[in-house]
Design a protein around this ligand. Structure first.
Ligand code: FE2
Ligand code: FE2
Length: 144
């Protein structure tokens, strides 16, 4: 599989979110590398765990803004995050039990989901967050 490169079209227009997404891509590439190198289960376990920890942090970061933004798609967006996490865990457990699924299936699912989430659901959220953050900055300037 080709290296998963961050592309400008993934940008949601908010630096912090883009930085998180780049880090998620970097960990996904570490997973691809571990699979390619054929390293043992424990090394793959560690990378999957690192990915899950980081996406948990990132999803919580996005979700913290949902109320502040009065974001109408918050339930749908939260559900997408939850389903991604559940699916990664379930594919990984099946793979670890040797039930016919390959680490490459897991990797394919992760890459496809991330690309479509970055270019879909996170875009609208990013637009709203951009407006919110610029208004917040404006308030600070008025107070000065
Ligand atoms: Fe995101
Ligand atoms: Fe998201």
């Amino acid at each position: 599989m080709q290296k998963f490169e961050w592309l400008e079209k993934y940008s949601v227009g908010v630096k912090q979110i883009d930085e998180h997404h780049k880090k998620i891509i970097a960990v996904t590439n570490d997973l691809a590398e571990a699979i390619r190198a054929g390293v043992g289960g424990e090394a793959i376990d560690n990378v999957v765990q690192e990915l899950l920890n980081y996406v948990k942090f990132h999803f919580a970061y996005e979700q913290e803004y949902f109320d502040k933004l009065e974001y109408p798609d918050s339930q749908k967006h939260k559900l997408e995050h939850l389903e991604f996490t559940k699916k990664v865990i379930s594919i990984y457990q099946n793979y670890a039990k040797g039930q016919g699924l390959l680490a490459s299936d897991l990797l394919r699912f992760i890459c496809d989901w991330l690309q479509s989430h970055f270019m879909g659901t996170d875009q609208e959220f990013g637009r709203r967050l951009q407006v919110y953050l610029s208004e917040e900055e404006f308030q600070v300037e008025i107070k000065r």
